[in-house]
Design a protein around this ligand. Structure first.
Ligand code: ZN
Length: 301
């Protein structure tokens, strides 16, 4: 074998190696150990139930600010913190703070992925940790930031961890007031209570209003989760969840949404909604299924 042939052969193997590595890069997988660790920390007793305006809420927010940056999110409109004021049901002026970051995609058309990090705080010295509601959705946002900082999306993905959901969807209401931003938003994917179910079931709510989204969801790999439709048709006998969480203000502005959430359960708004009661295997599958949905919407819209 002469030297030229050897060089050609070597170049061939180098190319083969490079292209194989490139293929492997697109198979980046969710970091489920980190997901569980984030869920544990966000819903720990130290955050004291994360009620808006409390020190525990601030502690959770500071953790999220660190983690957004660490996982590679860029600040949203120049900052990760998005402050807003509103009047509580008791008539007091309250300040809330959303944590918002983004992964810039191939276009500036936006899919906004949301969850709320606040919960209902403490009652009679009991801490309401809100592990499912909604530390589960918030920890998933961090996992998706990590994923899409390694796998470039088509759309620009905005990740919003809302404050004051429990006080009337206030964080989401504040964000949708930004009409310049809203004009770029193609859809909202909202995650609120995605971890607690003993039948591997979760609802995808919104296809009654936006039937064009259903075939996209039908086509995804469900990752072992039983995805049910409903809770969005006012004529059905299931409760209507159209305005039950942060997707409501987006829908009010005509933004298509899919809301992922489990049925109400024994721990809902109870002090037993703890990290220890979360079925971790279902939670991981649920987060994987929702990632598959985000990727399908990102490719199809
Ligand atoms: Zn909630």
């Amino acid at each position: 074998m002469n030297h030229i042939k050897l060089h050609l052969l070597l170049s061939f193997f180098v190319l083969l190696f490079v292209s194989c590595s490139a293929d492997q890069e697109t198979e980046y997988v969710l970091d489920t150990d980190q997901l569980i660790e984030d869920l544990r920390i966000i819903s720990s007793d130290s955050t004291e139930g994360r009620r808006t305006g409390t020190e525990g809420n601030q502690l959770a927010r500071e953790y999220l600010l660190d983690r957004f940056e660490e996982e590679g999110a860029e600040p949203f409109q120049g900052s990760f913190t998005h402050e807003f004021n509103f009047n509580s049901r008791q008539g007091e002026e309250v300040t809330g703070q959303n944590v918002i970051g983004q992964i810039t995609g191939k276009t500036d058309s936006v899919i906004v992925i949301t969850a709320h990090y606040d919960h209902i705080g403490m009652r009679d010295s009991l801490i309401f940790n809100g592990a499912d509601d909604d530390a589960s959705g918030t920890a998933a946002l961090l996992a998706y930031i990590d994923y899409f900082s390694h796998v470039e999306p088509n759309h620009t993905l905005v990740f919003a961890a809302f404050d004051a959901e429990e006080m009337g969807l206030q964080g989401a209401r504040a964000l949708v007031q930004d009409s310049v931003f809203l004009d770029k938003v193609k859809m909202n994917i909202n995650l609120d209570m995605i971890a607690q179910n003993d039948k591997d079931e979760i609802y995808a709510v919104g296809t009654y209003h936006y039937p064009e989204l259903k075939p996209i969801l039908d086509g995804i790999d469900k990752a072992g989760v039983n995805v049910l439709y409903g809770h969005d048709d006012p004529n059905s006998n299931l409760d209507d969840w159209t305005y039950a969480s942060d997707h409501g203000p987006f829908h009010q502005q005509g933004v298509p949404f899919i809301y992922f959430g489990v049925s109400d359960h024994e721990h809902y708004h109870q002090h037993t909604d703890d990290f220890e009661t979360i079925p971790q295997e279902f939670y991981k599958k649920s987060v994987q299924m929702i990632l598959n949905a985000i990727k399908a919407f990102d490719e199809s819209l």
